[in-house]
Design a protein around this ligand. Sequence first.
Ligand code: HEM
Length: 353
Amino acid sequence: QVRLVVAKICELAMAAPGKALDMTELLGGYASDFVCRAVLGESHRKHGRNELFRELTEISASLLGGFNLEDYFPRLANLDVFLRVVCSKAMGVSKRWDNLFNELIAEYEHGKEDNAEDFVHLLLSLKKEYGLSTDNVKAILVNMFEAAIETSFLVLEYSMAELINNRHVMAKVQKEVRESTPKGEKLDLIMEEDLSRMPYLKATIKEAMRIHPPAPFLLPHFSTNDCEVNGYTIPAGTRVIVNAWALARDPSHWERAEEFYPERFLQEGRDAEVDMYGKDIRFVPFGAGRRICAGATFAIATVEVMLANLIYHFDWELPSEMEAIGAKVDMTDQFGMTLRRTERLHLVPKIYK
Ligand code: HEM
């Protein structure tokens, strides 16, 4: 999938040098394609399916993050008229997910690729052993798409946006990536195994996730037992929301908290080597504990390899009219379950020879 994105950018850059590309579209497409490929296997190639999954994921994320009247007036949720009026959009999306999965599961159950190794085949093969109903399978699949596409895309988009706004960091990452490849030889593609020689690239992605955690409040949790936190009693059955965004920007716990500063993870000091997989409460972009993100290492691998290739193969600039006035990418975020920039990201690639 990375190879396809690189080839597409090369093609567009050669066809219209200096023209800005819609990176939001390109990177969103990459995330949706790699997730669909892992989850659906060969069927991901079926025309229009990747786009459909991406569209449904985006609508679901905006619905989940919106204001929910029933959270404030729970009894309303039992009224039929409430469900029909207020939840009509959610029910419409739910129906579309359902139809898509019915089609998909029927195809797989009657398909020929019995030894395929994709996620849907695996789930269906375990259905009997684990007593999973078809609805269980559908729920797990929706989970995978909602959890994987938007989040991975956001880390990539924010990383590129921060790099273009902080050109000294861009220059440093680019130097590292280009110097860690064999001298005098232009690689076709940077592979996952090359990434171990790129600590600064890794720190840059980590820093992008610190300032812009894709899921700023993680997922809502539900306390199962009464417990005490900082002298407050939290009764069992409370909806608990963790503000990972605020934890990662707290100036009493971070040096230069508001600054995009990847060096913090590599230099000596209190921010050095902060873990991002749930061991350090200052920084929990994937959550922590039993419900920690199930795809964290997969996500990081796919994001790192894509970013390394973007930086290796191309030099990047803002559209000429923005460069001329020294403008920056607007980092204004919009409200939702995931943290998303309001504007699309447009950048101009120049092929590195
Ligand atoms: C950089 C990208 C990603 C970020 C930042 C991210 C972040 C998160 C967060 C914050 C949670 C909720 C944890 C909690 O509430 O404690 C979560 C859950 C989850 N994530 Fe990710 N995620 C990413 C990519 C992925 C990918 C690529 C996959 C699948 C391949 C995935 C699969 C899941 C699943 C299945 C859950 C639900 C786990 C559960 O509830 O038991 N995520 N993720």
